[in-house]
Ligand binder design. Structure first.
Ligand SMILES: Cc1ncc(C[n+]2csc(CCOP(=O)(O)OP(=O)(O)O)c2C)c(N)n1
Ligand SMILES: [Mg+2]
Length: 355
């Protein structure tokens, strides 16, 4: 049985550390230190910390492209993680994994940038648990858009058919890059999971206690051999899909960006040879509608920030102490890592990333 009484201070500490490391990567990306993309999980800390609090060392994790939080929550060596994300050969995978394909045997956790790949990986882990580690569970985190990947259906199917100890955690931010997920998804994630016979719990991702409660039920069931679960959690992720997301840039700095975007969009519509005027107008209305949804969903909303809300769980004074302690530890790791990569070829440029 996992401890379903929540250790609020520990959970708040975990969320703060997740946020700080994530922010460090965002800054490093802006400084041109991260080769390729960086997918921030700002806003998913409540989900990650609430679920992880129930896991033992022998439990396993199959993660997606927003894996910084779960690795941090599992206690990954911060410097080894940072060096990896910065592409250093001193990183945890010698700089070959980047931030999307990290594997850390000490954390029993691996990540995969192929959307939906965590499903079958977790099912494989769960099969291994039934043979080698009875009583252990496999957990996978995936986005709502990943549910349209065929391999996820196979994973749900096999998990139920073979009664495997696996919990699928669906983090729904409503978007898959720039596509509104409900526009391309039949039914709802919960209906779909129920259709496979998965035991479903739901939670609000900005309320870590809610996530903790719901995750505990599913993880306990799976651990006891009562079958797989599906945790559906909503979340508010205001940073968009990846760092440098042009739509978020447009939203946060409309004055600078509109002068670039409006002529480009208008030119695209008016110069397009195909389509009648009516079709062009309808396409423009469609873009406007999507922009409206995006604006609503990516607006900064501190009430939906799990870390900020988490302060009330421990009280202002304890929260400030925890924040100061975590800031000092994370800063020490950042300082050490920056010193190690600062003077290398390819690092230290300020191009704003390589996207
Ligand atoms: C198989 C595959 N198809 C497409 C992509 C490109 N891609 C990366 S993230 C992403 C959207 C995923 O959306 P969701 O599952 O909701 O996760 P979120 O990014 O919102 O956290 C896509 C399409 C990919 N990495 N892998
Ligand atoms: Mg999504």
């Amino acid at each position: 049985m996992s401890n379903n009484r929540m250790n609020a201070a520990q959970i708040y500490r975990t969320m703060v550390r997740m946020r700080l490391v994530d922010e460090a990567f965002v800054e490093a990306w802006k400084d041109g230190l991260v080769p390729g993309e960086y997918h921030s999980a700002h806003g998913e800390e409540g989900i990650n910390a609430g679920v992880l609090a129930h896991l033992n060392d022998a439990d396993t994790l199959a993660l997606d492209h927003r894996n910084t939080g779960p690795f941090v929550g599992r206690g990954i060596d911060l410097e080894a993680l940072m060096l990896e994300v910065l592409g250093s050969d001193e990183g945890i995978a010698r700089g070959m994994a980047g931030h999307m394909h990290i594997f850390d045997p000490d954390c029993n956790a691996g990540a995969d940038g192929i959307v939906g790949a965590g499903g079958p990986l977790a099912v494989g882990q769960a099969i291994a648990h039934t043979r080698a580690n009875p009583g252990s569970v496999a957990v996978t985190f995936h986005g709502e858009a990943a549910m349209n990947q065929g391999m996820m259906m196979e994973a749900y199917n096999m998990a139920v058919a073979w009664n495997l100890p696996v919990v699928f955690v669906c983090k729904d931010n409503k978007w898959g890059i720039t596509t509104y997920s409900s526009d391309q998804t039949a039914g709802t994630p919960v209906q779909r999971a129920k259709g496979f016979g998965l035991h479903v719990e739901t939670a609000a991702g900005h309320k870590v206690a809610d996530v903790h409660r719901a995750a505990g039920k599913l993880i306990d069931r799976a651990r006891a051999g009562k079958g797989p679960g599906f945790l559906y959690v909503t979340c508010h992720r205001p940073n968009g899909h990846l760092e440098g997301d042009p739509l978020v840039g447009l939203l946060r700095q409309p004055k600078q960006q509109l002068s670039v975007w409006v002529p480009e969009l208008m030119g695209g519509f008016t110069n397009s040879a195909s389509g009648t005027t009516g079709e062009k107008v309808r396409a423009m209305v469609g873009v406007g509608k999507r922009a409206g949804r995006f604006t609503r969903d990516m607006a900064l909303n501190t009430r939906k920030d799990p870390v900020r809300r988490g302060r009330s769980l421990v009280g202002a004074e304890a929260a400030a102490t925890i924040e100061a302690q975590e800031r000092a530890e994370v800063l020490a790791a950042i300082t050490a890592v920056r010193a190690r990569v600062g003077n290398r070829l390819g690092f230290g440029v300020t191009t704003g990333g390589t996207r």
